[in-house]
Design a protein. Structure first.
Length: 122
């Protein structure tokens, strides 16, 4: 488990992570998780990059979001082009990163007050 920082974190910031889970406010979320500044949604189901579709994220959650960070430990060649296109049509940027980089980037954007949505595929 990698601890990110010990100082005060913004609401819903990731305090630690490993290759399959994130910890927020001392609760461990495994597998497919969606996190914003004010929401945490965890399906508890394993989701592959190939199965990732914008329909898994409701329009209500996407309202006002500027950028989506997708954290995964899967092959980058499996990034779904249709997903990138779907976010582009909504004028939302999307970045795919390895799990650790995505957790750290999510926290930085959250601390800056950006409207970020984290999708974590554990």
């Amino acid at each position: 488990m990698v601890d990110i920082q010990k100082e005060a974190l913004p609401e819903n910031a990731i305090s630690s992570y490993n290759s399959t889970s994130i910890t927020i406010k001392n609760v461990v979320y495994e597998n497919f998780s969606i996190v914003t500044a004010d929401r945490i949604i965890n399906s508890g189901e394993k989701t592959n990059m190939i199965d990732l579709d914008i329909s898994l994220i409701s329009d209500t959650i996407l309202e006002g979001i500027e950028v989506v960070i997708v954290g995964h430990n899967q092959d980058f060649s499996t990034i779904p082009v249709a997903l990138i296109r779907a976010f582009a049509e909504k004028n939302i940027g999307v970045e795919f990163m390895n799990f650790g980089a995505a957790c750290r980037t999510f926290n930085i954007l959250l601390a800056e007050g950006r409207k970020v949505l984290g999708v974590f595929l554990g």
